[in-house]
Design a protein around this ligand. Structure first.
Ligand code: CP
Length: 316
């Protein structure tokens, strides 16, 4: 499972998605993240690794965890950080994405972290500027740092993910988190089952190369880790809802206290934000089986590792 930190040649310039990363690239990032995770527990959780770097966080979509986590990671490493929100920028006056990024780049930016509702925007930015581009979520395409922090959190329980059984439950068709997790987890040898209503599965679901289930009990009785996904009502058109009601969704696919009692081994993850009472009962989210806040803490360390590697560092 481990990668030779001394000799690994990490050649990636950007993080657009885990599709572009080899299994060794992923293992290498996760190994580096262990070092940064340890720094976060120090009395002074800071290193000056990025003190000569300037980073812009370019958010065209709402975010709490990803945005704050990237910003904290950058500040923990001494970078100069500027934050851009589309909602109070000249994008509101009609400025194009290309003009926006080229203007920002003219201010001598080294790295860009971008979240956008359109798949492919991070790749587009690589064609516009020289800075390293980090995808913080592009539409329903990829959310690579979320999957990296998810895998890091799983490895704290199961250091070797080869053969480990991961059930991902919920709104599969709208989820960038599931795409990045399927890509990363299968590269590390984990077995993945996706579980949810047929109407929340993508049209070409068999192309994902994982097992599909529509039975929550079947998935929970099988898995080592259950990852619930948020129901993304904002990506379903009004009047075209994909299930009768949130109550009915919860009844069939929500993780409940009774499941924790019936299947005593699996841990529970969620990328956030949680809809309590929909993806899981509130008691489940707050139970000692949930490792959801560990995911959030680990996210800072994983993002520190990614920033470090893409800034040109190759070993800690
Ligand atoms: N997990 C995640 O991407 O959360 P935010 O939308 O709050 O960043």
């Amino acid at each position: 499972m481990s990668v030779d930190l001394e000799h690994y040649n990490f050649t990636q310039k950007h993080l657009l998605g885990l599709a572009e990363y080899s299994s060794d690239d992923i293992k290498y990032v996760l190994e580096q993240a262990k070092y940064f995770r340890e720094i976060l527990d120090r009395p002074v959780p800071k290193v000056p690794t990025l003190r000569d770097k300037t980073i812009v966080n370019l958010f065209y979509e709402n975010s709490t965890r990803t945005r704050l986590s990237f910003e904290l990671a950058q500040k923990r490493m001494g970078a100069d950080v500027v934050n851009f929100s589309a909602s109070n920028s000249s994008a509101k006056k009609g400025e194009s994405l290309k003009d926006t990024i080229q203007n920002i780049s003219s201010m001598k930016i080294d790295m860009v972290v971008v979240r956008h509702e359109s798949p492919g925007v991070p790749y587009f930015l690589t064609q516009c500027v020289d800075a390293a581009i980090l995808n913080a979520g592009d539409g329903a395409h990829e959310h690579p740092t979320q999957a990296l922090l998810d895998m890091f959190t799983m490895q704290q329980i199961h250091p070797d993910l080869k053969g480990k059984k991961i059930a991902i439950i919920g709104d599969i068709s709208h989820s960038r988190v599931v795409r990045s997790n399927i890509t990363g987890l299968t590269k590390l040898g984990a077995e993945v089952v996706i579980c949810g209503p047929k109407t929340l599965m993508p049209v070409f679901v068999t192309d994902l190369g994982v097992t599909v289930s529509h039975n929550l009990n079947e998935a929970l009785s099988w898995c080592d880790i259950a990852m619930a996904l948020r129901i993304q009502l904002e990506r379903q058109g009004k009047g075209t809802e994909l299930f009768p009601s949130l109550r009915e969704y919860h009844e069939r696919f929500g993780i409940k206290q009774k499941h924790l009692e019936k299947y005593p081994d699996f841990k529970i993850m969620h990328p956030g934000p949680i809809n309590r009472g929909v993806e899981m009962e509130s008691e489940v989210a707050d139970s000692d089986r949930a490792i959801i806040l560990n995911q959030v803490t680990n996210g800072v360390a994983v993002r520190m590792a990614v920033l470090y590697l893409l800034s040109g560092g190759n070993r800690v």
